[in-house]
Design a protein around this ligand. Structure first.
Ligand code: FES
Ligand code: FES
Length: 162
C-alpha cells in the first residue's frame, strides 16, 4: 500500500510527512521526529505512557494511526517548556518529586495539563479520575497527586509563569 501524505503541527512546528497507512502516531513521533519523550510501553492503550495532546485533548498515540492525525495540532512533552522555563505542571512534578524512574512522567504531565486547562480547581476525586489512564509502577501516586494539586495552585496564581 502506498504512503499517505500528512501534515502535523507538533509543538508549533509544521511537518509534512509521507507515512505508511498502518503507521502509528507514536512511531512517527519517536522514530521519525525523534521526540522520544513520548514513551511506548503496553501498546494497547492501557498505560498512558504514550499520551500526547491532540488539539488540546489527551490521546494514546500507540492507538492512533498517524494518518488519522492529519491536520492536527499536537503537543508532546518536549513542547511544554518555553524560553528555558519549565511549564508550571513540570515544575510542580519536580518540586514534589512526583516521579521516580520518570517513564510515566511525560504522560502524567500531559494528562495534568489537559485536566487543569478544563478544570483549574480539580477536586482530589477529579484528579484521581483523570489519572485512571496513566499507570505508574514506582511512586504509589501520592507524590503525583500532590504535584497536581501544587500545579493547580500555580494555575490559580496570578504569577503562573515561572
Ligand atoms: S503505550 Fe500507549 S497506552 Fe501504553
Ligand atoms: S515514575 Fe516510574 S513508572 Fe512512574
Amino acid at each position: 500500500m502506498s504512503d499517505v501524505r500528512i501534515h502535523l503541527n507538533v509543538n508549533g512546528e509544521d511537518y509534512h510527512l509521507a507515512v505508511p497507512p498502518q503507521r502509528m502516531l507514536v512511531d512517527v513521533l519517536r522514530d521519525d521526529l525523534q521526540l522520544t519523550g513520548t514513551k511506548r510501553s503496553c501498546d494497547i492503550g492501557v498505560c498512558g505512557a504514550c499520551t500526547v495532546l491532540l488539539d488540546g485533548r489527551t490521546v494514546s498515540s500507540c492507538l492512533l494511526l498517524a494518518a488519522r492525525a492529519d491536520g492536527a495540532r499536537l503537543t508532546t512533552i518536549e513542547g511544554l517548556a518555553t524560553e528555558g522555563h519549565l511549564h508550571p505542571v513540570q515544575a510542580a512534578f519536580l518540586d514534589c518529586w512526583g516521579f521516580q524512574c520518570g517513564f510515566c512522567t511525560p504522560g502524567m504531565v500531559l494528562t495534568t495539563v489537559e485536566l487543569l486547562d478544563r478544570d483549574p480547581e480539580p477536586s482530589r476525586e477529579s484528579i484521581v479520575d483523570a489519572l485512571m489512564g496513566n499507570l505508574c509502577r514506582c511512586t504509589g501516586y501520592r507524590k503525583i497527586i500532590e504535584a497536581i494539586e501544587k500545579a493547580a495552585d500555580s494555575y490559580r496564581s496570578p504569577r503562573r509563569t515561572p
